[in-house]
Each structure stands twice: as C-alpha cells, then as structure tokens.
Design a protein around this ligand. Structure first.
Ligand code: GDP
Ligand code: ZN
Length: 322
C-alpha cells in the first residue's frame, strides 16, 4: 500500500459550498479539504458534494493539504430547486436522519399550517419527521397533548418539553444521539434553549448563523453541521421553507399527510384531487372526523400553492407538420 493510501481517512463534510470544504474525521479532528480533480466516483455515488456527505480524504503526496478522493453513497438528502433556474436541484444537506420540528405550546402560538408544511417537506424528502412542543408548562401537559393529538394519532413521534421545568429533555436527547438531525421551527420557540439545556456548554445558537450571515449577502449560504458531544450532528440550514416540495407532484401530496394515506386510495376516481369530486373517501373521513378539518385545509392550501406554481408550457418551437 502506498503512503497516501495509508493516510486515507473517512470523514464527514461539515461546511462549505464548493472550493474548500471543512471535514471532520472519525477521531473528531477537522481539516480543510478540496475536491480532488480526478475524483473516484463509485456506482451510486452522488455527483456533487454536500454538507453531511461521508467522504474519504487523504493527504496530497508530499503536501500537508487534505483532498477529498471519494464521496460515499448517500442515505438521504434534503434538496431544493436550483436558484439559477427551473432545472436541476441543489442539495442542502446529505445523510439527514430526521427533521426535528420545534414549536411552542404558546408564546408564540403554534402555527399549525407551518407545521404541516414542514411535515410535508420531510415526507417528500423521505426523511423522518419528529415533532417537539416546547414551553408546555405554559398551558399544561394535558392541554398540550390534546392540542396535538391528531399528530400523535397520525403516527408522528412527538415530544412535550419545557426547558423551564426540565421536562422531556432526556427523552429528546436520546433521539438525537448518533443521528444527523435538522432542527427547525419558528424563532422564539426555544430551539437554542433546548439545545443548550440538553448539551450544556455547547452554546449553540440555532438559526443565528443562517440569519446573521444571510443578511448582508444575497448568495445562499449552505448548511452547517454541528457535531454533538455524544455522537450525531445537528444541521443548521437556512431556508428550509423553500425546500423539497417542488419535486413533489400534486397527486402525491395527500401521501405526505400520514393519516390521509389509508383513505386517499379509496376514492371513486383514481386521480381524485380530494377537493370536489364525488365519492371522495378523504372528504368522507373529514366529515366523520377521522381526519381533522385543520389538516384537510392545510392540504388544500398546499395543493393550491403547488398547482399555482406550475408555469404555462413554453410555445412549441417545432415546425408544424404539414
Ligand atoms: P429560538 O429562537 O427558537 O432559538 O428560541 P430561544 O431558545 O432563543 O428562546 C426564546 C425564548 O423562549 C427565550 O426567552 C427563552 O428563555 C424562552 N424559553 C425557552 N424555552 C422555554 C420554556 O420551556 N418555557 C418558557 N416559558 N420559555 C422558554
Ligand atoms: Zn378523494
């Protein structure tokens, strides 16, 4: 084996958007590394590097510089439409295991439409969502459980926490260990407080980086991976709102509402939009309260939005057949 081969290490990309990347090797050391020109691309390997990718790095022969020589197969990815145009996608983060949606039981009032949108984004990217309702002491745990009962019934894992009263923190912590989690939710719900309560000394300001960095600049700043002391990562990503729904076809939207699935296939028409068609099993489920009116309205809102986004087809430039 050659020397460079011996120096080869496995690492995770923690930041960078092209050019120089920061990677963290298995012993926890970070290095700056650039992509090797003649990158080995094994089968199923992604074509473009993203934060969260597992890579192999080695030192340039004779130099001190680390180079990324191989991108390992991806388990998952969060993607969004490329900002430069309608075609192509940009990977926000690779190998995300779960999207942790944090809302407050009160102060601020939970914005359920936003929660439904985030749940759809997670489902559309085939990444497990996990709901956290913080500040439960403001309404009482029983009331909080009632407020979110439809989500628990639909099968979404849900945590009720209070940083103020140290409630539910151990259970949430257990679910972050060893996983890569995107933490998201409106500001002021307690994301940073939760992270700092679960990881004292880590001093993580979730969302701060994205907000402050994005201000003076117009370029999109990439995601950052924060290593957790006992294994796993938290991803700080700007703009999860715009992620992911674009590649979903309107016909697949109902599937991204977990509790809709068992009904959506039972409609009279195979291509039922669940709006006005006769024999719609989904609307029947709303009438019988198997599906809540609020979730159904979220579905209608997102569906209208998706269909409104469709651009009219460009006129054909092909000559007419005579
Ligand atoms: P972030 O914007 O989501 O990161 O939210 P922060 O962590 O900055 O918290 C926003 C505010 O909510 C701060 O004033 C926190 O002290 C407060 N806060 C956080 N957790 C709780 C909680 O469990 N109960 C109450 N009552 N307030 C909390
Ligand atoms: Zn239907």
């Amino acid at each position: 084996m050659s020397e460079s081969r011996l120096a080869q290490k496995k690492a995770v990309v923690t930041s960078g958007t092209g050019g120089i990347w920061t990677v963290r090797d298995e012993s926890g050391e970070t290095h700056e590394a650039s992509l090797r020109g003649r990158l080995k691309l094994p089968k199923n390997s992604p074509l473009k590097l993203a934060v969260g990718d597992d890579v192999m790095i080695d030192r340039d022969p004779g130099g001190n510089h680390w180079a990324i020589s191989e991108i390992l197969k991806r388990r998952s990815q969060l993607a969004r439409r490329s900002p430069s145009g309608a075609y192509g996608e940009r990977i926000i983060a690779a190998n995300v295991d779960q999207v942790v949606l944090v809302f407050a039981a009160a102060k601020p009032e939970p914005h359920l439409r936003m929660m439904d949108r985030f749940l759809v984004i997670a489902e559309a990217n085939e990444i497990e969502p996990r709901i956290v309702i913080n500040k439960v002491e403001l309404v009482g745990e029983g009331t909080a459980q009632e407020m979110f009962a439809p989500y628990a019934a639909a099968g979404y894992p849900i945590h009720f926490t209070s940083v103020k009263q140290s409630l539910g923190l151990t259970e949430l912590h257990d679910q972050l260990v060893g996983r890569t989690s995107v933490l998201t939710g409106p500001s002021g719900v307690g994301k940073s407080s939760l992270m700092n309560a679960m990881y004292p000394g880590l001093n993580l300001r979730v969302g701060e980086i994205s907000e402050s960095v994005n201000k003076g600049r117009h370029t999109t700043v990439g995601a950052l991976l924060h290593p957790l002391p006992d294994g796993g990562y938290v991803v700080d990503t700007p703009g999860l709102r715009e992620v992911g729904m674009w590649e979903l076809s309107p016909e697949d939207l109902a599937h991204c509402f977990r509790e809709f699935r068992e009904f959506a296939g039972e409609c009279k028409f195979g291509d039922c939009s669940h709006r006005t068609e006769p024999g719609c099993a989904l609307r029947e489920a709303v009438r019988s309260h198997a599906i809540t009116q609020a979730r159904y309205e979220s579905y209608l809102g997102l569906r209208d939005e998706m269909e409104g986004e469709k651009k009219p087809q460009a006129p054909s430039t092909k000559p007419r057949r005579r």
